[in-house]
Write a protein that binds this ligand. Structure first.
Ligand SMILES: [Zn+2]
Length: 461
């Protein structure tokens, strides 16, 4: 009798858990996502100075309320990271949901709405960080809450990690990796910012998952020479030699290199090209042997950086007076290296291009080795599938960033790190990133909450 009663209770319990898992009250969670997005945007984490402790405390209160284990690390006064974890059954390695809580500064006078108001105007939420990247942190938070509240079974731990200072020195992530790596370094996957999705009208053209990034390798060239009066030219003055060297550099076509992720990108977006370009993109490896095609591609800024190391001449300095030939002339180059490149090898080649041993060439930034993650993973497949369900017209592809994200730091731990977010913004909306009137549609937050959860649920089944 007792056993029978127990059995009934167990069955009832099982039924109710199954029920909880399958029935998610989406409108309620989506309302809550919009409300929390507004609140998060109201926390002023402009960096400098950052003051990310306020964001960390805000997350902590929510995690505490929901019984989710979490810890704040205040590594410097006012500068803090937060990590939270929901345990899985341990059959798979963890996944990290990574975001940064700091934002770049905003000039309120140039905005339509206060950058720290989270105000909604015509279906759009305004706020510094609306795209970069409080919205991503928000859908990651919502995923944690839904998993916990709905008792979703997990094969792997979910690790929520929100860091400080990404916009300036990456101190938050660097500190975590140096001091607390044992909390997350066994992870298999990581999702953070960096994806590049293209929305045209109401159609999602492509979803670009960031699997690789280039790395800045900044150089300064210094030429020195005899000073003199401008009325008596010196043929090999510092300025003249520097200009000759710069001329050789800007006329140098760095070699073409095609990485697997980039090859996939060209093939995937081939159908979006004009009729004449379509077969060339589809057979990009072959096309790159054709000098005329390379010339054409090199002239297109959005494609050129994908296939080579690039050099932009940015800073110049010489004399402060027109009639003075200076002793020293300098210029700075913003060099961006492809994943897998060795900076010392690039430097050696560049020196042969400069062909003037009297010119000093120095690296003037902290070089972080560029790296990439594999493409043929379960996570990539799931992102593709979930995207296709919601946007059947979209091409899901790989996108190498010309810029830099924290993914590079975590890839060095052996974690497969992707930049991806289920937000579909127009070119105009993207101009708000680091600019004025940064904003995201309520629709993106509502639907993104569900899409992000779905990817994490499937990879953690
Ligand atoms: Zn960012």
């Amino acid at each position: 009798m007792l056993n029978k009663k127990l059995l009934v209770i167990v069955l009832l319990l099982l039924a109710s858990t199954a029920h909880a898992q399958t029935r998610i009250d989406w409108p309620r969670y989506q309302d809550s996502a919009v409300d929390l997005m507004q609140k998060y945007l109201r926390i002023n984490t402009s960096n400098p100075p950052g003051n990310e402790i306020e964001a960390a405390k805000w997350f902590k209160a929510i995690f505490d309320q929901n019984g989710i284990q979490n810890e704040i690390f205040e590594y410097a006064p006012g500068r803090a990271n937060i990590i939270a974890r929901i345990k899985g059954n341990g059959s798979k390695r963890p996944i990290i949901l990574l975001s940064h809580t700091d934002v770049v500064t905003a000039d309120a006078s140039a905005w339509e709405a206060d950058p720290f108001s989270g105000e909604i105007r015509q279906g759009t939420i305004f706020g510094r960080g609306a795209i970069d990247m409080k919205s991503v942190g928000l859908v990651q938070l919502m995923t944690m809450l839904i998993v916990k509240q709905q008792n979703i079974p997990l094969s792997r731990d979910l690790i929520f990690l929100a860091t400080a200072d990404e916009e300036v020195h990456d101190e938050g992530s660097i500190w975590m990796i140096a001091n607390k790596a044992e909390l997350f370094k066994d992870a298999e996957y990581l999702i953070t910012e960096g994806g590049d999705n293209l929305l045209e009208g109401s159609a999602v053209r492509y979803v670009g998952v960031d699997v690789a990034e280039k790395a800045p390798f900044w150089l300064q060239l210094t030429a020195t020479g005899q000073p003199g009066h401008g009325s008596r030219p010196i043929a090999d003055s510092a300025t003249n030699r520097l200009v000759r060297a710069m001329n050789r550099i800007i006329n140098w076509d760095t070699p073409i290199k095609l990485l697997p992720a980039v090859e996939k990108f060209f093939k995937d977006v081939a159908p979006l090209q004009s009729e004449s370009m379509r077969p060339k993109f589809a057979n990009i490896r072959e096309s790159l042997n054709d000098a005329a095609f390379v010339r054409e591609l090199s002239g297109q800024r959005e494609y050129n950086f994908l296939v080579r190391n690039t050099i932009s001449l940015t800073m110049l300095s010489g004399s402060k007076q027109t009639n003075v030939i200076p002793t020293v002339a300098t210029c700075n180059l913003d060099v961006r290296l492809l994943p897998g490149e060795k900076p010392e090898e690039f430097l050696a080649t560049l020196k042969t291009v400069i062909a003037d041993p009297t010119i000093k060439v120095e690296n003037v930034n902290t070089f972080k080795p560029p790296n990439s993650s594999p493409l043929d993973t379960e996570l990539f497949t799931i992102i593709s599938q979930v995207t296709k369900v919601n946007h059947p017209e979209a091409i899901v592809t790989t996108k190498m960033l010309s810029g830099y994200t924290e993914a590079q730091l975590y890839r060095q731990l052996g974690v497969v790190a992707y930049g991806w977010a289920p937000f579909y913004t127009t070119i105009e909306e993207n101009q708000g990133v680091h600019g004025n009137n940064e904003r995201i549609s309520v629709k993106n937050i509502r639907e993104g909450t569900r899409e992000f959860f779905e990817v994490v649920r499937q990879i953690s089944q």
